[in-house]
Ligand binder design. Structure first.
Ligand SMILES: NC(=O)c1ccc[n+]([C@@H]2O[C@H](COP(=O)([O-])OP(=O)(O)OC[C@H]3O[C@@H](n4cnc5c(N)ncnc54)[C@H](O)[C@@H]3O)[C@@H](O)[C@H]2O)c1
Length: 267
């Protein structure tokens, strides 16, 4: 039933139903646009209005765009139900929504920690649990993590731990869902030029952590420049479709070489 992996058509997503969370801007928006350009039906959600040009929920082109916080179980269930009613199935799920703030672990309250856990982990498991019953053979789950999942991350301890948890989840689900023909992979971005990344970086460089945490991130990726959201979207297009039909349980680093460079150094 699959086309040859090397055919250009293997990168197309014609008629596939793709769900992308956190798609109002940045990497999520680029992925949603790339999927649509490759022929997919795309359902998006974001806590900011995901499509500024259309009325909420039902878009004129028949696609779905809903404003909701993915941590809100009831709202996320309404979103899943809307996808079920519209298409009755999901072929691709991209868990992209996520975010962090910059603070040493000692300065992070229990409430702040809980926020990071929900923002970066439990909403991911929740979305998979809700949409999995609609997925079948050829399905692809893509979790957007971070290079911070692969290294120590001073000032981002809980965020990095939750992204690492999602990476672990990715590998385990890859095995659990392989018999059903569903692939599960991660994209670990870094230094992709987005509002979220710029905000965190600006605050981090403007207000370094106290002297007892004398570390700084690699400021310039080995490739010499920042990446664009489209760079992560290209990886998502690959992982979503038949070109990646033999790829599961792995992570694609889209970071200009930052992970290879080890990420952080002592000042
Ligand atoms: N840009 C990078 O270099 C980089 C680096 C590491 C990890 N990431 C990860 O990539 C993903 C996208 O990041 P980005 O740089 O595009 O960030 P961004 O802040 O520019 O965009 C994130 C989008 O997700 C939405 N969102 C966040 N939390 C949400 C929630 N609880 N419910 C609904 N919507 C929510 C935001 O409103 C926003 O539209 C995130 O998971 C982030 O952790 C990005």
């Amino acid at each position: 039933m699959f086309m040859a992996a090397l055919s250009p058509d293997a990168f197309l997503l014609t008629g596939r139903v793709a769900v992308v969370t956190g798609a109002a801007r940045g990497i999520g928006l680029a992925i949603a646009e790339a999927f649509a350009a490759m022929g997919a039906h795309v359902a998006v959600c974001d806590r900011d209005k995901p499509d500024r040009d259309s009325p909420d929920r039902d878009k004129p082109d028949g696609e779905l765009a809903m404003t909701l916080d993915v941590r809100d179980h009831l709202a996320a269930e309404v979103f899943a139900q809307a996808v079920r009613e519209r298409w009755g199935r999901v072929d691709v799920l991209v868990n992209n929504a996520g975010g962090t703030f910059h603070a040493g672990f000692a300065d992070t309250s229990a409430r702040g920690e809980q926020t990071l856990i929900e923002e970066n982990f439990t909403q991911v498991t929740g979305m998979i649990r809700r949409l999995l019953p609609m997925m079948g053979t050829g399905g692809s789950i893509i979790n957007v993590t971070s290079s911070e999942a692969h290294q120590a991350a001073p000032g981002f301890a809980v965020y990095a731990a939750m992204k690492a948890a999602v990476e672990s989840l990715t590998r385990t689900l890859a095995l659990e869902l392989a018999p059903q023909g569903i692939r599960v992979n991660a994209i670990a971005p870094d230094a992709i030029r987005t509002e979220g990344e710029a905000g965190v970086r600006e605050r981090m460089l403007a207000r370094p952590l106290p002297h007892e945490l004398p570390y700084e991130p690699v400021r310039v990726p080995p490739l010499g420049h920042l990446g664009e959201p489209g760079d992560a979207a290209a990886a998502a297009v690959f992982l979503a479709g038949d070109a990646a039909r033999f790829v599961t349980g792995t992570t694609l680093h889209v970071d200009g070489g930052i992970n290879a460079a080890g990420g952080w150094r002592r000042t």
